[in-house]
Design a protein around this ligand. Sequence first.
Ligand SMILES: *[C@@H]1O[C@H](CO)[C@@H](O)[C@H](O)[C@H]1NC(C)=O
Length: 332
Amino acid sequence: MSRCSLLPILAAVLLAASLPPRAAAMVDSLLPASATALSFEEGYTQLFGDSNLMLHGDGKRVHISLDERTGAGFASQGAYHHGFFSASIKLPSDHTAGVVVAFYMSNGDVYERTHDELDFEFLGNVRGREWRVQTNVYGNGSTAAGREERYGLWFDPTQDFHRYAIRWSHDTIIFYVDETPIREVVRTAFMGAQFPSKPMSLYATIWDGSSWATSGGRYKVNYKYAPYVAEFTDLLLHGCPAGSAPPCERGGAAAATMSTGQRSAMEKFRARHMTYGYCYDRVRYPAPLPECRVGAEAEAFLPSGEARSTDRRGSRHGKRHRRAGDGVDSAF
Ligand SMILES: *[C@@H]1O[C@H](CO)[C@@H](O)[C@H](O)[C@H]1NC(C)=O
């Protein structure tokens, strides 16, 4: 083996050896070997919330909280054109109705009318009911066409840190929870400009979503239970800085592909845990958007796009209270 081909392997081994076991597993399965976590000062800047953003552990852990005064948020210092972005997040526990924690990419501050956005939104719940996770995609200001999906989780996201990741390349976007891909968005001819294509920054926020987050706004934030604290760590920005050369910018052909095993894990997750899908929402979209490939699995969903089965985690505790035609929760 030539010295040339050995070096990257050696670097990967050294990096893996210096990371905790779970992160090392991530290096194998998801991450480019050169990805490293940044401290807050190295990569981020506070957006709002003054003392409701607190740094711990040499700036490697960030707590953002919501109380009656304010929420809080931070963003990456730079903008990126494609890449892998992730954080390990532990959500506030107990009664969290109306609370929204968002981990997302956006360029809304730069392109007011033609912005792109990729979202993880965590929607709080009343005591005893699970948080739900929503993902969404906007491209070139396509805010009239929501592409929301919601899911329950197979674990309690308030008990431990779990990694939430977005992999974005020129042709494909993959959302992950830990090592499981949960959603793949492929650029199609129709999506064209509605596929995010301009450099974006990474954001993390916590805020009051009383008007929509829990059962369509029925349950509001109760500040008796404040502060609501969301903890972030392992903040990974592995992207092409905006303006870098094309080979990086395109993300590489292999950047956002999935193995057969990953794909079957994704299908399994979606069959068990998806509680809403825009592709099944016949109230909002009488004809599914062209990128939707709706098959026999559609029978598991009501015309509102909500899953029929209340067995799916995140929806089993009771009936929904949203009126048909409410439209879909939209946050930004
Ligand atoms: C994005 O939207 C703007 C304004 O609607 C439009 O002029 C532009 O052509 C769109 N970009 C692409 C790549 O289609």
